[in-house]
Design a protein around this ligand. Structure first.
Ligand code: IDP
Ligand code: MG
Length: 156
């Protein structure tokens, strides 16, 4: 099973509602390893790049205004099949359809103010990690507890 790295953005609603710690806590408790973590204020051009697939949608201007309304927290996390694992932890885009136990299902009632962004494929994850982190902002480090987060053959 491949160890993957994925990009997470904790959106302005998460910061405004004081939920940053709880969401990061869930990622850590699941066993994902933190490789990068920073707070930043998005501008429109970064939104256009990150949400290029949504430009032209009726809700896009509102999405830009939301995503630039306050800082976000960007995370790069890794673990076995991390891209799928993190997407599953988030739940679907419309948080009202998200199951309890997922991040969106526990913390949001909104399609837009849905707490968290996570890369949707390994290919996207590579591009998105590079979009938000310089090489020197990413840390590969040996974590003592990794003997207990998955068996050795799951981390090749
Ligand atoms: P995802 O975040 O679940 O991958 P995407 O379709 O990539 O969903 O959309 C990116 C973000 O755009 C969503 O997380 C949400 O904040 C916003 N968004 C997507 N669809 C809608 C919509 O129909 N109305 C309002 N906002 C939307
Ligand atoms: Mg998406």
């Amino acid at each position: 099973m491949a160890v993957e790295q994925t990009l997470i953005l904790l959106k302005p609603d998460t910061l405004q509602r004081g939920l940053i710690g709880q969401v990061i806590g869930r990622l850590e408790a699941r066993g994902l390893q933190l490789n990068g973590c920073k707070m930043m204020h998005l501008d429109k051009s970064k939104c256009d790049e990150h949400y290029a697939h949504l430009i032209g949608k009726p809700f896009y201007p509102g999405l830009v205004s939301f995503m630039t309304s306050a800082p976000i927290v960007a995370l790069a996390v890794s673990g076995p099949e991390a891209v799928k694992v993190v997407r599953d932890m988030c739940g679907p885009t419309n948080a009202r359809n998200a199951m309890p136990g997922t991040i969106r299902g526990d913390f949001s009632l909104s399609t837009q103010y849905n707490v968290i962004h996570a890369s949707d494929s390994l290919e996207t994850a590579k591009k998105e990690v590079a979009r938000f982190f310089k090489k020197e902002e990413l840390f590969a480090w040996e974590r003592m507890m990794d003997k207990m987060t998955a068996s050795p053959d799951e981390k090749k």
